[in-house]
Design a protein around this ligand. Structure first.
Ligand SMILES: [Zn+2]
Length: 263
């Protein structure tokens, strides 16, 4: 797993939060209707407790900001789930524990990485989704919610069909993911905090600020987190970003469960 912080957090501009705040405000101001803009935070690659994981959880608890957590079934054990219970109330409405890829493994021989792509037969895809759900339900009990985040934000039509058959309520991928699902609710990510591809700090900040403005204008902000790649500066920015959205009356922090309840 790549644990390097994105360049933004290496040469961190002191006015990063201010610039992001300005772009958030511009996006909100450009909206035509006055209904609140929803924002969800989605933390990927969950299952192994660590210092960074504890710190991320503590920050969301302190701000009382909700967080959707995509858990890798093969990584989560009963002991690890118990350890997570020692740092937070796992059944609090703040959290939406849901399913990530079975083992977070790429199965594509060529092209973009995917665990649930076209390289594998549908039966194998279905089996991994099914055993993942069963394992998380067994370990987490009522704390588990049947939503799915595919690794690398992508999955094939067979996976979409299997998710529907397995009674998942929705899935979370990147904006403009294809194919779209006609039967499952989609909770789109449109802001990437920690796995940005720009080669330098200024490029990262410009890209991030533009994503936030565009997302706010669209009425629905979905922010992706990767705690394994967070350094001190990444925690500083997340702290400030949480303040911005929690204190901003035009923005409503939610989880998948608030957006698409089961009943
Ligand atoms: Zn992942």
């Amino acid at each position: 797993m790549d644990r390097r912080p994105a360049p933004l957090y290496g040469a961190y501009p002191s006015d990063a939060a201010e610039i992001i705040g300005q772009h958030l405000a511009s996006g909100l101001a450009a909206r035509r209707d006055s209904s609140p803009v929803t924002v969800f935070f989605r933390a990927d690659d969950i299952g192994v407790p660590s210092a960074a994981f504890s710190r991320m959880i503590a920050l969301f608890q302190e701000k009382q900001a909700p967080l959707c957590l995509a858990v890798v079934p093969a990584w989560l054990t009963q002991n690890r789930w118990t350890a997570i219970g020692e740092i937070c109330d796992r059944e609090a409405p703040l959290w939406c524990w849901h399913q990530h890829g079975w083992a977070h493994r790429n199965h594509q021989k060529t092209g973009k990485k995917s665990e649930f792509g076209t390289a594998r037969p549908g039966a194998r895809i279905r089996a991994d989704l099914s055993r993942g759900k069963e394992r998380l339900q067994n370990i987490m009990g009522a704390a588990f919610s049947a939503y799915f985040t595919p690794p690398w934000n992508r999955c094939c039509p067979e996976a979409l069909k299997a998710l529907k058959d397995l009674d998942f309520r929705g899935l979370s991928r990147s904006r403009d993911s294809q194919p779209q699902s006609r039967t499952l609710q989609e909770m789109m990510i449109n802001v990437d905090l920690h796995t940005r591809k720009e080669p330098d700090s200024a490029g990262c900040l410009a890209g991030l600020a533009a994503e936030i403005e565009q997302a706010a204008r669209s009425g629905s902000i979905g922010i992706m987190l990767h705690h394994q790649r967070m350094n001190e500066q990444a925690f500083v920015l997340l702290d400030e970003l949480l303040d911005m959205v929690v204190l901003q009356p035009l923005v409503k922090p939610v989880t998948f469960k608030d957006l698409f309840p089961s009943d």
